[in-house]
Ligand binder design. Structure first.
Ligand SMILES: [Fe+2]
Length: 241
């Protein structure tokens, strides 16, 4: 007779992030973290089926045109048209197909299409600034958009964010969700930005910066940037023994 537990699925937990690789929850120069960071030590819960599986997306719900932020209105948005592409891989370097990649960003003038952004830069009636795509079998994704402008924020006196695109990536499990920001090479605001600087590791900071890529560029039409994303991998012991 089967034991009551014999049909339980085997759960393969994910590796915890290595110490020092993620921004601290509390980083005082980034003022919002002071109020929202935990005050007590974290309690690590075991990874169960709920964390190591799902979400599932209907492919029909992500339309092919969703990856092109320049075609969501009747006219073309103003600014520098760019192509942003890359691959989503896990921490073992394997491609992550069917990952949902969502982006949101300010327009070329550095203004978000959002009621809370009221700083004196123009909105663009032809640019909302949000898109999404599913990765292909090789983990590849591609967006067409407008290069966002830097914008002021109220973190401290004369605070400006470097130009960036927000990314959310859902891999095969809820625990593989990654929310990050993509920056552009050579931005003079890096040294003054507490959000960028809150990432402690210099190499990790560099990985948040896209690279200009002539291959991605399309002649007479758009410049191109590459941005590869590494999600957490499944703990790999069983593959390496
Ligand atoms: Fe932003």
């Amino acid at each position: 007779m089967d034991s009551p537990t014999s049909h339980r699925p085997i759960v393969h937990p994910y590796q915890r992030h290595a110490p020092g690789t993620q921004p601290d929850f509390l980083y005082e120069p980034y003022r919002s973290t002071v109020a929202r960071s935990p005050r007590k030590p974290l309690i690590f819960l075991p990874h169960t089926l709920s964390e190591t599986t799902g979400p599932v997306y209907g492919h029909d719900e992500v339309a092919e045109a969703d990856h092109d932020l320049t075609r969501q209105h009747s006219g073309e948005p103003l600014g520098e048209r760019i192509i942003v592409s890359g691959r989503v891989v896990d921490s073992n370097g394997r491609p992550v197909p069917s990952a949902l990649v969502e982006i949101w960003q300010a327009n070329a003038a550095g203004r978000y299409f959002h009621s809370k952004d009221q700083h004196p830069a123009p909105l663009d009636p032809n640019f909302t600034g949000a898109g999404r795509a599913l990765t292909d079998q090789s983990g590849g994704y591609r967006f067409v958009t407008i290069k966002p402008g830097p914008y002021p924020w109220l973190n401290h006196y004369n605070a400006w964010r470097p130009a960036h695109i927000h990314f959310s990536i859902f891999g095969r499990a809820f625990l593989t969700r990654l929310v990050t920001q993509m920056y552009f090479p050579g931005d003079p605001l890096f040294a003054f930005d507490p959000i960028f600087q809150s990432v402690p590791d210099e190499k990790a900071r560099q990985r948040m910066i896209s690279r200009f890529d002539l291959e991605t560029t399309q002649p007479q039409w758009a410049t191109g940037y590459k941005f590869d994303i590494v999600l957490r991998g499944e703990e790999a012991t069983r593959f390496e023994t």
